[in-house]
Design a protein around this ligand. Structure first.
Ligand SMILES: [Zn+2]
Length: 101
């Protein structure tokens, strides 16, 4: 995309039709995954050729490529990333990087 189209899109007003529904809020509560997280998200690969951190995250200790830490939150199936990506998505609890497993 060229720079002029990018600029035109950025200044074009977005028309949003606001819903009249009552607002709904959900509270997410973290629960530690015991065992192999890949067995949870890819149960069909359990005891077969289950994937590894090295394959999915490029690091055998599941370290984040942005910040180097390795605590992750699985995003809810209802999140837009999971719905649009069609895969299990995770978010780094240190820097917020999102990626899929
Ligand atoms: Zn990170």
């Amino acid at each position: 995309m060229d720079i002029f189209n990018t600029l035109a899109n950025s200044i074009r007003p977005t028309i949003v039709t606001k819903t009249k529904k009552k607002p709904v809020f959900y509270q997410a509560v973290l629960k530690k995954v015991e065992g192999n997280v890949y067995d949870l998200v890819y149960p069909h690969l359990q005891d077969k050729e289950q994937v590894t951190h090295k394959e999915r995250l490029g690091d055998e200790n599941a370290c984040c490529s942005e910040c180097g830490n390795n605590e992750w939150m699985l995003l809810a199936n209802e999140s837009i990333a999971v719905k649009q990506g069609g895969k299990p998505y995770i978010e780094c609890l240190t820097c917020g990087l999102q990626t899929h497993l």
